[in-house]
Write a protein that binds this ligand. Structure first.
Ligand code: HEM
Length: 424
């Protein structure tokens, strides 16, 4: 079928592909038109927002171009492949070229097309541009979101030390952390979300392949069963502890909350990051076997919510406003709620993971926590400080991987590329 991953097949079929498979085509058309006409960020933003409001897993494409990168406010598909990269080249021009090549490949893959000339040609004597395992698959709402880690800005590397955002700090050590170096940090990250795991894995694999000799994967994480959504009207997913997760998250269509808590503004700076965000990634191991021997009452006390309905303690429905004083002082929701944190909100977008067993017969399972925010010093850090000290949940979880990235704004048009604002 034409609207599926695979060979490029000429310009006519390519545009037909993009047209037919784009989610919210009307919105995207308006948005791209607005760019061509020097349109506003608001017009662009609405393209992402329209995708966000569409929670249905239709297998379609999410627009790649926009004021903000897709994969933040857009609807959360069910599968994840997240990769952190070390930049191995020392040459700034090579890094810039890599970012340009990645952007071109990302635009094609998110539209459901193969990289470059596709998987099956045209020169039999050379390896194909695309690795081929997504040929014939739908775009699957693939989003690819890039981020820049603190180490990219180190002195003596790419001349970016003056451009490092103040908020791109090293995350402090929190009580109880047991971070593995091999699962932490990274110069670059790419978050690939899709309805089909093969599409997400294909995307990361092909970016890694393009990066050969310039960037190497440092660590990566597969995820399933999104644990938070940006579409509150849809059914709230459950995490590996069996609780509804993401009930009180920022909605992808709540432009006011996104502006207040997620997007970096002109006032925040730096200029190159305006319209972007900060991403905290934490690999949190969940001790499933211990949890499974805990009484229902204790489980519910730990979160401060009913396991069946998701309702906060003392309330009838999932989306009823939590009454914090009815919860134990150590309950997760009471500690993480904005009323206990000077109004702070973060956009959670995590996934469950189960990476087999750990050699001791226990599931190596947990939450790959992903959270976007406008300033990590007024987002994840203060909330996690409080949780790490007091959360009853700590008996059942352990943070084992950690990374922080600055997320640049969206790629605005076909001539734009990931990181243009940073490197120009
Ligand atoms: C394995 C670890 C974790 C699990 C299983 C977990 C689970 C949950 C659950 C079940 C809820 C209630 C439903 C909801 O509103 O989403 C919740 C709420 C929340 N969690 Fe977590 N969480 C974990 C880690 C974290 C971390 C590390 C943070 C941030 C530092 C965090 C921040 C929040 C926030 C902000 C809320 C919403 C509170 C509210 O507004 O009522 N969580 N979490």
């Amino acid at each position: 079928m034409e609207q599926q991953h695979g060979q490029t097949g000429g310009t006519r079929s390519r545009s037909a592909v993009a047209r037919r498979s784009l989610l919210g085509w009307g919105g995207a058309g308006v948005a791209l038109g607005a760019v061509a006409a020097g349109g506003t960020a608001t017009a662009l933003h609405s393209s992402n927002a329209s995708a966000a409001s569409d929670g249905a897993a239709t297998g379609q494409a999410v627009p790649f171009h926009g004021a903000h990168q897709a994969g933040i406010a857009t609807a959360v598909p069910d599968r994840l492949h997240f990769a952190a990269f070390d930049v191995t080249t020392k040459d700034r021009a090579e890094l810039v070229q890599l970012l340009k090549d990645w952007t071109a490949a990302a635009a094609r893959m998110t539209a459901g097309e193969g990289v470059g000339e596709g998987a099956f040609g045209p020169i039999p004597e050379s390896p194909p541009d695309d690795t081929g395992e997504a040929a014939g698959l739908k775009p699957s709402r693939l989003t690819l979101t890039i981020g820049f880690g603190p180490s990219l800005f180190d002195k003596g590397r790419f001349g970016l030390e003056e451009r490092r955002p103040e908020a791109l700090v090293e995350l402090p050590a929190f009580p109880g952390d047991k971070l593995e170096k091999a699962r932490s940090g990274g110069d670059l990250c790419v978050q690939a979300c899709a309805d089909d795991p093969q599409v997400a894995v294909h995307a990361i694999r092909n970016l890694a392949r393009i990066g050969f000799g310039k960037a190497a994967i440092r660590w990566s994480q597969l995820g399933f069963g999104k644990t938070s959504s940006t579409t509150p009207d849809a059914q709230t997913p459950r995490n590996m502890f069996g609780f509804k997760d993401g009930t009180r998250n920022i909605s992808g269509t709540d432009t006011e909350a996104l502006g207040k808590h997620v997007w970096v503004s002109k006032k925040d700076g730096p200029e190159w990051l305006v319209g972007g965000s900060y991403l905290v990634a934490r690999r949190i191991r969940m001790h499933i076997e211990t949890w499974d021997r805990t009484s229902l009452k204790e489980q519910e006390d730990i979160f401060g919510r009913d396991k069946r309905t998701g309702a906060p303690v003392g309330k009838a429905k999932e989306h009823d406003e939590p009454f914090l004083k009815a919860m134990l002082p150590t309950s997760h929701v009471r500690l993480a709620h904005p009323d206990a944190n000077d109004g702070i909100r973060i956009l959670r977008r995590g996934y469950s993971f189960t990476d087999g067993t750990d050699g001791l017969g226990r599931l190596d399972a947990g939450l790959f926590f992903l959270a976007y925010q406008r300033d990590v010093r007024r987002g994840f850090i203060p909330i996690q400080r409080k949780l790490a000290r007091n959360d009853a949940l700590n008996e059942y979880i352990q943070h084992v991987g950690s990374a922080l990235f600055a997320i640049p704004p969206g790629v605005r048009s076909k001539d734009d590329w990931w990181g243009r604002e940073l490197f120009s």
